[in-house]
Design a protein around this ligand. Sequence first.
Ligand code: HEM
Length: 165
Amino acid sequence: MSFNLANPVNTALLVYILYTVQRILFPPKSLPKTIPTEFKNGYSWMPKSHPPTLLYKKYTPKTLEPFNGQEGKRILLAISGVVYDVTAGRNFYGPNGMYANFAGRDASRGMAKQSFDEEMLTSVDQPLDKLQDLTPEEIDNMKGWMDHFSSKYIVCGELVENDAI
Ligand code: HEM
């Protein structure tokens, strides 16, 4: 059997093969002039900015306090030594939120006693609240809140004494 180029099918086939081989050997270089920042034509793109990252670190009552959500900034609160980033719950903990008193503070006692009274909060220059007088029910209640917070917010650090770092 011979390959007869006079046959238009063969000619078309040959052209197609040559074209395909040429594409493999010399792929088109269609590199964009600027790096794309959104997914449009393929996977070679860079996000506009790095996604927000959270650094797990130690906080003291004093260093935690500024994270009270004022001026749209991050909101952190602590329960039993665990610091949660509750920025996503700004409606609750932001400046006009129902639980704004807990923003930037150790909320353990308030969570345990289900109260946002002022005396639930330990002054930031005092040693950490040891919670020793709490009843087992109150401790359970506090742990229930910790479960709630762990499932909803990001744990971003631990609360230690002012002189510990
Ligand atoms: C007048 C009594 C209260 C009412 C009407 C009330 C109402 C609410 C409502 C509607 C929610 C939202 C529930 C959801 O969508 O998941 C909520 C959440 C919450 N409440 Fe209360 N509450 C009251 C008292 C308290 C008290 C005394 C505390 C003190 C610890 C408290 C702490 C919280 C916390 C920590 C959340 C979770 C917010 C979050 O998911 O970030 N509440 N409350």
